[in-house]
Write a protein that binds this ligand. Structure first.
Ligand SMILES: C[S@@+](CC[C@H](N)C(=O)[O-])C[C@H]1O[C@@H](n2cnc3c(N)ncnc32)[C@H](O)[C@@H]1O
Length: 306
């Protein structure tokens, strides 16, 4: 192991020793301790760089029926939920943490959104967690950014079943996850950890005992959303997920290797093209901004991008 990584270890041990014992409510404790969000704030993944956000908006505009709501699963402080709402989508944010949802509501009130999204507390890994949302919305679309890579394989399976239920016949899911394949130390190093210590947002995540991020790539996608049940309509396994700037004297977002996919459930009786068109005809606020990121269409049954 390179010496610089060996010298990182005492910092990791020091911050790790502060993590609460037991696994209950770690996310809630984490969110309850957040003072500031966005660049320069406490939350590692809450980058205000617009490029990534723009990309998801463009994918919804391309693949989702506008009449259908978007549910932002594991929404945290609601940055993406608000952006969807601002772009004209009926948006609902869901998170397991009461403190995250309280923060999402407070930030939404603070910016005084014209069309405010709603926020709800639910554990996505619980059976039936989204049943009430589904009853209210009918078929809906889903955004998942940076959630599956912090869940166990078992929890991911239940989340996928809940998503399947929420999507119904007409929804699509935009999935964006980090996919660092190297060692944990190399990952931490790529986020600015070094012999002199850890950037504050990273230290906070470790001291709160948040789950260690796991890679989430094609294998994990296939395990969670098996090909026989899910159609991949878009796939980018070289996507970038942004984190807040973490180097001294830098205001550049950190770039984490990631994965973006658009999925929809396979089914025999997909709505006819005319029904789909009727869905598209519902009004939505247009936005002239151009798309970011290239779509690489994937034929049914294929995982690798063409
Ligand atoms: C890495 S953060 C990403 C937040 C947000 N999607 C974003 O990109 O800004 C993961 C989020 O998932 C939430 N979360 C973790 N496990 C969850 C579960 N079982 N059900 C619902 N939310 C969960 C956490 O509270 C946290 O807000």
């Amino acid at each position: 192991m390179p010496l610089r990584r060996v010298l990182m270890l005492p910092h990791l041990v020091w911050w790790g020793a502060r993590a609460p014992r037991g696994t209950q409510n770690r996310w809630d404790r984490y969110w309850a301790g957040v003072g500031a969000t966005g660049d320069g704030g406490d939350v590692l993944w809450d980058s205000s760089d617009p490029a990534e956000l723009e990309r998801y908006l463009e994918l919804f505009e391309r693949f989702a029926a506008p009449a259908r709501a978007v549910v932002d699963l594991g929404c945290g402080n609601g940055r993406f939920t608000r952006a969807l709402s601002r772009r004209g989508w009926r948006a609902i944010g869901v998170d397991v943490s009461d403190a995250a949802i309280a923060l999402a509501r407070a930030e939404t009130d603070r910016v005084g959104e014209v069309s405010s999204p709603r926020f709800l507390v639910a554990d996505l890994a619980a059976p039936g967690a989204l049943d009430r949302v589904r009853e209210e919305l009918g078929d809906a679309n889903v955004l998942v950014r940076g959630v599956l890579h912090v869940l166990t394989a078992e929890a991911r399976g239940q989340v996928a079943r809940n998503i399947r239920h929420l999507l119904g016949d007409r929804g699509v899911a935009v999935i964006a996850e980090t996919n660092h394949r190297g060692s944990l130390l190399s990952y931490l190093e790529s986020l600015g950890a070094g012999v002199r210590g850890l950037p504050r947002p990273l230290a906070r995540a470790i001291a709160s005992g948040l789950p260690t991020p796991r890679p989430f790539g094609q294998d994990e996608l296939e395990q969670t959303f098996p090909d026989e049940e899910w159609e991949r309509v878009h796939l980018d396994d070289a996507a970038v997920i942004h984190a807040v700037p973490m180097r001294r004297r830098s205001d550049r977002a950190e770039r984490i290797p990631g994965f973006v996919a658009v999925l929809r459930p396979r089914q025999e009786n997909r709505p006819s093209p005319s029904a789909a068109r009727a869905d598209q005809e519902q009004p939505r606020i247009p936005d002239p901004r151009s798309a970011v990121g290239e779509s690489r269409p994937v034929t049914p049954g294929q995982i690798r991008p063409t």
